[in-house]
Structures are given as C-alpha cells and as structure tokens.
Design a protein around this ligand. Sequence first.
Ligand SMILES: [Zn+2]
Length: 373
Amino acid sequence: MDGYQSSTGDMRQEWSRRDLLKIGIAGGLANLLPRTGADGMAVAAEAPISMATEEDHRFFKRELQSFLPDKIFDAHAHLYKKDTAWDLKGFPAEVGYAEYQSLIRDIHSQRRTAARFLPGVSVDKKERIPECNAWVSEQVAKTTDCVGAYFVKPDDDPEQVRQEVKRLKLSGFKCYHLLAPKTPTWESEIPDYLPERLVKVAHEEGWSITLHMVRSRAAADEGNQRWIERYCRLYPNMTLILAHSARGFQPSHNLEGLENLKGLDNLYFDTSANCEPIAHQAIMRIIGHKKMLYGSDFYVSHLRGRSVAAADSFLWLYEDSPVWKEKQATIKPVMIGLENLRSLKWAAWSERLSDEAVEDIFWNNAAKLFGIK
Ligand SMILES: [Zn+2]
C-alpha cells in the first residue's frame, strides 16, 4: 500500500493513513503527516476553501472516515472557467486545479486526490467550449498525476478534434446529450451525441470517452446496448466509460441490462453521483470491480440531496426540494458526493469486497488505465 512517508523521510517507517485509522489515532496524528502526492511530491498549499456544513463533517466522520482509502483517483470531476458554467449558488466563480483540491477535501477529507478532469460548460454557452477545453488543459499541466478530457460536439470535425486534443495534451473525450440535434435530447441514441467517426479517432489515439447515457431505461435500453457493444468491439483501443454507474439511477436497469454488456474489455464504469448501492453492486457482480472507477462528479458532489430510484425511473432530491420536513424530524440533506460515497461503501460491504478491491476502485484501476504512476 502506498503510504504517507514519515516526516523523517525514512522509507522503512511508512505509515499509511489507513494504518493510523486502524490503530485509532487518525484524527490527530494523520493530519500532522505531510500531504504528499502519488509521486511523493508535496501538494502546494493554497488558501483553503470549503462548502461543508457541520452536518457534512459529522456524516464524513460517522460514515466514511474508516472506509475511504488513503489515495483517491477521481475519474469524473468538472473544472469550470468563470462565466462559462451554470449559475451555481454558493460556489466559487471559477474552479481550477487549486480550488478543486481544496473543495474536494469536503468529501475526501485529507486523502490524496488525483483526477480525470472534464470541462464544465453550460450548453447555452457552447460557443465558448474551445476556451473551456484550453482551460482544462492548462489546469492539467499544473499536475503530475491528473489527466483531462476534451469536450466534443457531435458536429465536430474528427481531424480537427484529433489535432486539438493532441495540442492541448488531453487524452480523451467528454460528450453530452444536450448537444444532440434530437428533442427531447434525453431520448437520443448514442451516435446522436457521440458519432462513430469520433470514436474511431479515440481508438486510433488510445483515448478514453466518458459517456453519460440517456434514454429512459439506460443500460436496459436495447439501442444503447447495441451501440455500446458495436463501439467497444470495433474500436478496442478506445476505452468507453459509462458515467454514473451506467446511469443506473434506477438500479433495475443495470440488473437487467449489464448481462448483455459482459465480456467487453474496453468498457468501464465511473461511479459518480449515483446514490443507489445496488447500481454499483450490479456492476461489481455482473461485470467485476476491476472495471469500476470512482468519480465524484464535482461540482454535483457539492450540491445537497441525492438520487432516488422510484417506479421504473428515478428522481433527484435537492436542497430546495420541498421534502425534507417529515413528521419525526426535519432532515438536513448532506452533499451528494457524501451520499454517493456511502452508497459505494454499502455496495462494497454487501459484496464483501476486500480492502484491495476497494483500493482498485478508488485508485488502482484508474492509475492503470490512465498511466498514472
Ligand atoms: Zn458530470
């Protein structure tokens, strides 16, 4: 296990945060250990910013302190440039690498975090996508252990995309259904927002693609299954990452659909924003935990509420949803990122995953896939 070196730098005496947790002194001593990167480099200190409430802190201590490994790779995190993202109340106007490192501690506490960054762009500002891609590239360049994806539009010219991604030193795509020509866009077929010509470029360059699937039944939708299988089989050098645990906010879609997506070596799943344990368990049991990558979906991680499966669909409860006042209590919702992490903990517990398997999901699988040392 990679650990935090003691301040003497003595390699023989390497204590990991988890070792300290095991002997019950994490709170005090662990915080005195130097914060080091995966490569052993110290992380630059910046003015800390936090959006966490007392409720969030208590939740972390109670639910996550003893579960989270000491190294986290966040495979789905959005960075955004000033005036190009959504109107996010209570968030900094701009979140680059430094702000992300500071804010992600609200849900990861003191854990070392590296990430795969995706541009956060509001679709009504789509003319500014090139700027946002350049911005993510700049942020990634400040790090030694992070990678970045390029936001592609369905009508982008594949050769131009290839040149741009290379020039910006990014290593994959992020596509989004809201740019598909269909209405409503959430009924789009995958090629409407991820055309095959772009998948071919990713294959030729060995890049990965984060796909937020749509259509009402997600992984259980035959059209989605057909396109995923086709892309994965025809373009084996491309990695397809199905976001939000295959968008299984309704876990029965995963239980039903994943059986048909077995045996695709280049198919991965990020666990971001999904708060339903069975959604993650379905992937663990049907596909295997080696294909799972933890993701926070920062900034979504910092909104409060959770996803809830209902009927053959799902809904989102947010802080301002009028549901938190119950007969027995008024509930104070916590950050979605915390709810997501607890759902992963429950899934790991229920599937009896070993510590090593949990560390695979939180670091090793991503490190191998993205070539992080
Ligand atoms: Zn996202």
